[in-house]
Design a binder for this molecule. Structure first.
Ligand code: HEM
Length: 294
């Protein structure tokens, strides 16, 4: 029956959802772009390498986007956003699988070589573990699996945090010298985890607490960048930290993380206040429950 097909732009009742359709177009767009660029020979001298990088970057982006759904729906008082979480998570798994497939192609389909490289190179080993985790979460994202697994589903899907850390570490380790991009995405991960920590310690969600979260995440990002360069290349921390105050060249990732973080108090001020207060008044000590996948 056509209604029972799990088309990604339909809601749970089988009706077309504009939000899901828009998200579907957005998740497919990078794949279409990369495929078109490949077909048009626009990816430079090493097109497969460029595709490996492109799919790897989009895996991280969609993984973080899926982690941003819960904070955003609360900060912006937009509960409907939950319908995007499963799509974003499954998309991250799909891009990761394409990333691995491209790596296999890059190794001339020599599976023995692929296996030995994954076993021998630490950054590939952790990428592989992250990929296995993503696939496991993707496969258990169906309504039937969620029903069958009950609380176990919640526990399993907490793995997404560890997968995020492994994916980001893989990103750092494969970078040659400049780690600005992995630092930026890790800073956003810190921001999203910081929001969850705020919830856990029951810090009230208000513009002032979200402002603190943004500033704290920016500072941690700067610290992380300095720590990485210090650890990898022995560059003194004060030099790397000082680069954050030099605006003559590139703007350091910590500022970008701060900029993204500052959107949270603004959005909460504009959209979230009434909803936040209402939710806190009605359910002051609401116990955690199994989150539906949509
Ligand atoms: C079996 C699993 C995986 C393999 C074999 C693999 C392999 C690779 C390779 C060969 C590169 C390029 C390294 C270079 O050019 O020196 C790379 C880059 C990357 N991978 Fe993976 N990867 C795997 C899983 C993952 C997963 C699960 C994620 C995300 C969660 C991920 C994210 C990335 C990112 C972000 C980059 C860097 C892209 C860039 O710098 O433009 N990879 N990976």
């Amino acid at each position: 029956m056509i209604q029972s097909l799990p088309l990604p732009w339909l809601d749970r009742a089988g009706r077309p959802s504009r939000l899901k359709l828009a998200a579907f177009v957005l998740v497919v767009a990078p794949a279409v772009y990369l495929a078109a660029a490949y077909a048009l020979n626009a990816l430079g001298p090493k097109p497969i390498t460029a595709l490996i990088h492109g799919t790897g970057e989009w895996t991280i982006r969609f993984l973080l986007a899926s982690l941003a759904v819960t904070p955003l729906r609360r900060v912006a008082n937009w509960p409907k956003l939950i319908v995007l979480r499963r799509m974003l998570g499954v998309t991250a798994a799909a891009y990761a699988l394409a990333h691995l497939a491209l790596y296999v192609v890059d190794q001339n389909l020599d599976l023995a070589k692929v296996v030995s490289e994954i076993a021998l190179r630490f950054y590939l080993t952790i990428g592989f573990v992250a990929l296995l985790g993503l696939v496991a979460l993707g496969l258990t994202s169906t309504d039937a699996a969620i029903r069958r697994m009950g609380q176990g589903w919640n526990h399993l899907h907490k793995l997404v945090y560890a997968i995020g850390i492994l994916g980001l570490l893989h990103y750092f380790l494969q970078s040659k010298i400049d780690v600005s991009d992995p630092v930026f995405w890790t800073g956003l991960f810190v921001l999203l985890m910081g929001w969850r920590l705020m919830q856990r310690v029951r810090l009230p969600m208000r513009p002032w607490s979200l402002l603190l979260l943004a500033v704290g995440s920016g500072l941690l990002t700067a610290g992380l960048e300095a720590a990485w360069y210090g650890f990898k290349s022995g560059i003194p921390a004060d030099l790397v930290l000082g680069a954050n105050l030099d605006f003559s060249d590139v703007i350091r990732p910590a500022w970008w993380v701060l900029a993204v973080g500052l959107l949270l108090p603004v959005v909460n001020l504009v959209r979230g206040q009434a909803g936040t207060r209402r939710a806190e008044a009605v359910r002051p000590d609401r116990p955690r429950r199994v989150a539906p996948a949509e």
